[in-house]
Design a protein around this ligand. Structure first.
Ligand code: URA
Length: 196
């Protein structure tokens, strides 16, 4: 039998593949439904996440949860939320290519276990490491990228929406496409009052 999420979590907790373990309070494994139809990929934990040990619980996470709620999605049923790297880079800088390379095998194992049909890439870092270095978030957001039998939707990172609220309008259009795809592939009767 293959590895379970709990076995993966135990293995991951020991990780010292890059230097970020030295400053971490928590390694953030990810959370949500272990068989979620939608897999969310962020960049890296921030201060709040490092303190508590859960992904997206700070200001970005609060905004993200509001967007999910408007889509009729929640962490318990529809989503699994993870990151490119699991430990907080000091000062919230983006992860280095070396840190991302060290951490990506963990994400790939999670992706295999959860086996979601739909992935949402939050921001430039997730896009770069999941789709490739030539992709630009401003150019490709809102457009599906196919990888094998997975479909990836790149969207702006919620921290970008907090810095520049004008981006919220486009982002809502992008999330509407995710809801339409979810209805097409997973649950035709998925209801949210915000999206007919
Ligand atoms: N930003 C991210 O990219 N990931 C988190 O888990 C929190 C904030």
């Amino acid at each position: 039998m293959g590895q379970t999420m709990e076995q993966l979590r135990e293995e991951m907790e020991q990780c010292r593949k890059c230097d970020l373990w030295q400053s971490r309070n928590h390694l953030i494994f990810g959370e949500g439904n272990h068989h979620a139809p939608i897999f969310i990929i962020g960049e890296a934990p921030g201060r709040d996440e490092d303190r508590v040990g859960r992904p997206f619980i700070g200001p970005s996470g609060i905004l993200l949860d509001k967007i999910f709620a408007a889509c009729g999605f929640n962490r318990e049923n529809h989503l699994f939320i993870s990151n490119i790297v699991r430990c907080r880079p000091p000062g919230n800088r983006p992860p280095t290519p070396q840190e991302a390379a060290a951490c990506l095998p963990w994400l790939n194992r999670q992706l295999e276990l959860v086996d979601s049909r739909i992935m949402i890439l939050l921001g430039a870092t997730a896009l770069k490491y999941m789709a490739g270095p030539d992709y630009r978030i401003t150019r490709v957001r809102g457009n599906w990228i196919r990888q094998g039998n997975r479909l990836m939707m790149p969207v702006y990172h919620p921290s970008a929406l907090l810095r520049n609220p004008a981006l919220k309008r486009d982002t809502w259009e992008d999330f509407k496409k995710v809801v339409y795809k979810y209805r097409e592939l997973v649950a035709p009767d998925h209801y949210t009052p915000h999206i007919p």
